[in-house]
Design a protein around this ligand. Structure first.
Ligand SMILES: NC(=O)c1ccc[n+]([C@@H]2O[C@H](COP(=O)([O-])OP(=O)(O)OC[C@H]3O[C@@H](n4cnc5c(N)ncnc54)[C@H](O)[C@@H]3O)[C@@H](O)[C@H]2O)c1
Length: 247
């Protein structure tokens, strides 16, 4: 999803895009792709659960002219553990990557935006797992619910600096994270062809989330702040399954 979003912003004319991920190989691929589009790619290899790495990423983004217009805090991790078996170490690991990093990155970015004085947009990837129960996912769900709450407070406190703060809550997507959770390429292929728990009967595409970020960062989103935009193919609206499945 980060890759699709970087592409979308480069195509929209972003002068530079700074990538921050722990996976150097993934970053290098995207850096080459962005350079071809004509945007200045910058990159930081680091761990979002290390506050010093988050600050290093923001420092690299503002290097030169001090400007940072948009932060998209999207890196995340998940693992499935039944509640009765969930270890405290795993609870903290997922909270550190998904939630504490959201605070640290968001604060560093907001401080840079306030210093530059041009306002900005701060965007987070939450999840429908932060709004609903997901079996085996208590730690992940809480981390994403925390982002939805963080967004509301940040939005109100930062409004005087013309900084808007929003998050997107995707449903199941066609990304490597889902592949890891589903366990095999065959299971992914089956989910691509049909995923009946989603009214649209398919996985979402990273480009569809990237498009929502582009809207939220643009002038079209100028009156939108403190919101959680759900992009889930109708999944969370579908409390009851189809009538013929009930029969
Ligand atoms: N895939 C889904 O179905 C889905 C649904 C809802 C929300 N999300 C959220 O979307 C976001 C993007 O996930 P994705 O689906 O593109 O998965 P992905 O696994 O393809 O991407 C996650 C990225 O985060 C990076 N990352 C993980 N831990 C990191 C760390 N400690 N430090 C730095 N980088 C780290 C990984 O290297 C990877 O590039 C995540 O926040 C995820 O929770 C995903």
């Amino acid at each position: 999803m980060g890759r699709a979003t970087a592409h979308r912003f480069a195509q929209e004319g972003a002068a530079r895009v700074t990538l921050f991920d722990k996976d150097a190989e993934r970053i290098n691929d995207v850096v080459s792709e962005l350079a071809e589009i004509g945007c200045e790619p910058r990159s930081v290899v680091g761990d979002v659960s290390r506050p010093e790495d988050c600050r290093r990423a923001v420092d690299e983004a503002v290097r030169g002219d001090g400007r940072l217009d948009v932060l998209i805090s999207n890196a995340g991790a998940d693992s499935i553990h039944p509640f009765l078996e969930l270890e405290l170490e795993e609870w903290y690991r997922i909270l550190d990557i998904n939630l504490t990093a959201s605070f640290v990155l968001g604060q560093a970015a907001a401080r840079a935006m306030v210093a530059a004085g041009n306002g900005g947009a701060i965007l987070y990837t939450a999840s429908i797992s932060g709004m609903t129960a997901s079996t085996g996912d208590a730690h992940y769900g809480v981390s994403k619910a925390g982002i939805i709450s963080l967004v509301q407070t940040m939005a109100i406190e930062l409004v005087e600096h013309n900084i808007r703060v929003n998050c997107v809550s995707p449903g199941p997507l066609d990304t490597p994270m889902s592949l890891a959770l589903l366990g095999s390429e065959e299971a992914m292929e089956a989910a691509r062809e049909s995923w009946p728990i989603v009214p649209m009967n398919r996985l979402g595409l990273p480009a569809e989330i990237a498009g929502t970020y582009a809207y939220l960062a643009s002038a079209d989103g100028a009156y939108t702040t403190g919101q959680n935009i759900v992009v889930d193919g109708g999944m969370t609206s579908n409390v009851f399954p189809l009538a013929d499945e009930l029969a």
